[in-house]
Ligand binder design. Structure first.
Ligand code: HEC
Length: 103
């Protein structure tokens, strides 16, 4: 019984490990980002930052910082609205997706 439970716990853990940094999931979730950050993470309006090819860890931390209010000033409030309802998993998927794009 103990073995079965630990096997279940293990498979759940490995499933969630696989679910993180999911480029394809990130691509789907990026639909709400396209208007400002462009189709392939490259902007056509220069007041917005390009995201294509940026470091995944940096992107993930930036998104989390907007949500927690750690990034303020500039146009941070614009971003905050878009990340308010996203989870840490969304952040890592989005970061993996944008990091995978050609700069
Ligand atoms: C309404 C326009 C708009 C939308 C939609 C939007 N962003 Fe942004 N984003 C901005 C602006 C403006 C900034 C610069 C904010 C600042 O001054 O800190 C920014 C900054 C960022 C940064 C930090 C870039 C850097 O170089 O530090 C990331 C990462 C980011 N956005 C990701 C996203 C993601 C992912 C989405 C979709 C969930 C999204 N944004 C949706 C306008 C937008």
């Amino acid at each position: 019984m103990k073995l079965i439970i630990s096997m279940m716990v293990f498979s759940l853990c490995s499933f969630s490990a696989l679910a993180k940094n999911d480029i394809e999931a990130g691509r789907v979730k990026s639909a709400s980002c396209v208007a400002c950050h462009g189709m392939n993470g490259k902007v056509s309006v220069p007041m917005y930052p390009n995201l294509a090819g940026q470091n995944a860890m940096y992107l993930e931390q930036s998104l989390a910082a907007y949500k927690k209010g750690g990034r303020t000033g500039g146009q941070a409030e614009v971003m905050r609205a878009y990340v308010a309802n996203l989870s840490d998993e969304d952040f890592s998927d989005l970061a993996a997706y944008y990091a995978s794009l050609k700069p």
